[in-house]
Design a protein around this ligand. Sequence first.
Ligand SMILES: [Zn+2]
Length: 145
Amino acid sequence: MSVRSVCVQCGAEKELPLGRCAGCGHVPTRGEAALAVLASTRVLSAEELDEVQRRIRRGETLRPSEERLAVAAALLSGRGKEAPRTLKSGEEAGLVALCVLLTPIPALAAAWSWRDTPAGRSALRVAGISAVVDIGLLIAATWMN
Ligand SMILES: [Zn+2]
């Protein structure tokens, strides 16, 4: 679904929240960036956006909630409200195989690159498990010799 947004200045529909308005030529300033992202379907539902559009056209000042502005600011900073990275079961199995065959280093590397996401925590768990397995294999190999 494409993103709809409206100009915070005149309420005209536009393609990109931070782009130039074809209606009035307004380009959101840095200070207006969060508000401009907020006035789009990236944050609001289509119905809510229609209401915001009506308010702008009536000349009302937009007073979004702190919560909404925080969502818009998060989108702007690239953190977004997209689902956090998680490991698919196939990926986790692959990582386990890789770590058991080699070392826990790939899982540690994965945990680092996906840090602060559920995928990072999964990778860290895999690293821990494979470290134990590796040590177990090492001990077994030592005993067999
Ligand atoms: Zn405009």
